[in-house]
Design a protein around this ligand. Structure first.
Ligand SMILES: [Zn+2]
Length: 401
């Protein structure tokens, strides 16, 4: 347990020392935001829509499964999302692409996990979020929407939607104070100005949510484990009852993972490692064990070696359908205000596109494909595209411009 957890969940005499720092920090954050609002600091608007996904607390539990859900939602509509993030605390600041073969020390475990899970969705990291976004779009001209992970306080980059994810577990909102007196990175009042608040779990705090932006529920399904070497081989908590179990997590995942195992009635010996720990085979050598349990995100960090008795808990977000409609409506509105051929590229050859005769298709001349625009959203998928078989569809010179 971190020392801060003793005073982040209650008010203690120590708070008389912490409050002045928290107030000062809160004022700086608010002033910075005000300066951007008043255009005293300049902002950059990208050619593609940007969705900020962040947590308002130090603990960002639930945010990664939500991003994975959002990526799938956007892909499902034929969009080609990209993710920009700060990545690891140690990164050099220069924009870099994260791939499944990136070094965990250089890019951070979370971005590596996102790159692994979001196949076909580029993940780029760096300190300067504007530069990261521009580099990503340069390398992936077919990317037509960006998710700005952890971007709530990065006002230099304009956003079309701000979504905050909150976990209602006891550790999350805590005493409702800004750091260092509490676990909040910004005042709860900030939730009045965002576009959507996504909550995981049942309310167990006493803060007034009346003025917050619309709240949408998210459930994280996580009660079936699968084997590390064979994902089709599954096991339920009941089947684990008579086994000798060790559970492993890094500090970032330990609290929810261990709490969750207890809630499933799983009696395990718990082992916590530092955040972003690089797991080695020796971390898994226990003399008296039948089964080792890890979350999917942590287990990904063991992929360079084999553990025969490792079982994995996948985590999948299920989100209120109303949020799905809200997001898609906003994207549709945004695209309607843009000239799509200026921001879309062919997903196959990455080349330019032109409108079809009735502007309900985007056509790639070199691939002879017409991508449909369905209710304002361009569906940039080869299997949804129409082949241009008719010579009459070849554009005349004036149609090309
Ligand atoms: Zn093409």
């Amino acid at each position: 347990m971190k020392l801060s957890e003793f005073y982040w969940h209650r008010i203690t005499p120590l708070h008389f020392l912490l409050w002045p720092i928290s107030i000062l920090y809160g004022v700086i954050i608010s002033l910075k935001r005000l300066c951007y609002r008043l255009d005293l600091f300049s902002t950059i608007t990208l050619s593609v829509p940007v969705i900020v996904v962040d947590s308002i607390t130090v603990d960002d539990k639930g945010k990664t499964p939500f991003i994975l859900w959002l990526v799938e939602l956007l892909k499902g509509y034929g969009l080609r999302p990209g993710i920009i993030s700060r990545g690891s605390n140690d990164n050099t600041g220069t924009p870099i692409a994260v791939t499944t073969s990136s070094d965990q020390d250089a890019v951070g475990g979370k971005s590596l996990w996102l790159a692994h899970r979001c196949a076909g969705c580029p993940v780029w990291i760096g300190d300067d979020r504007v530069a990261v976004a521009e580099e990503l779009l340069k390398a992936h001209p077919d990317c037509n929407i960006l998710i700005n992970d952890d971007g709530l306080q990065y006002h230099q980059l304009e956003r079309d939607l701000e979504i905050v994810v909150i976990d209602y577990c006891e550790q999350n909102i805590g005493n409702g104070q800004i750091i260092p007196a509490g676990p909040l990175r910004e005042s709860l009042n900030r939730l009045q100005d965002v576009d959507a608040v996504v909550v995981n779990g049942k309310i167990n705090h006493k803060f007034d949510t009346e003025e917050w932006a619309s709240i949408y529920d998210m459930n994280l399904t996580r009660d079936i484990f699968h084997h590390n070497l064979d994902p089709r081989n599954c096991i339920t908590p009941t089947e684990l009852s008579s086994r000798r179990i060790h559970a492993i997590a890094d500090l970032d995942n330990a609290q929810w993972f261990f709490d969750h195992l207890l809630s499933l009635g799983i009696n395990a010996k718990f082992h916590t490692f530092a955040d972003n720990h690089k797991f080695e085979k020796k971390d898994f050598q226990f003399p008296d064990t039948d089964i080792i349990l890890m979350s999917e995100e942590d287990a990904f960090k063991t992929r360079s070696f084999t553990i025969n008795n490792l079982w994995i808990l996948p985590v999948e977000a299920q989100v209120d359908g109303a949020l799905r409609e809200y997001i898609i409506k906003n994207i549709r509105d945004k695209f309607q205000s843009l000239k799509l051929i200026d921001i879309m590229a062919c997903p196959l050859c990455k080349g330019p596109l032109r409108y079809g005769k009735f502007k309900d298709e985007l056509i790639c001349q070199s691939d002879q494909l017409a991508f449909p625009i369905i209710r304002g959203i361009p569906v940039m998928q080869k299997d949804k595209a129409r082949e241009l078989s008719n010579k009459n569809e070849t554009p005349s010179k004036h149609e090309l411009y």
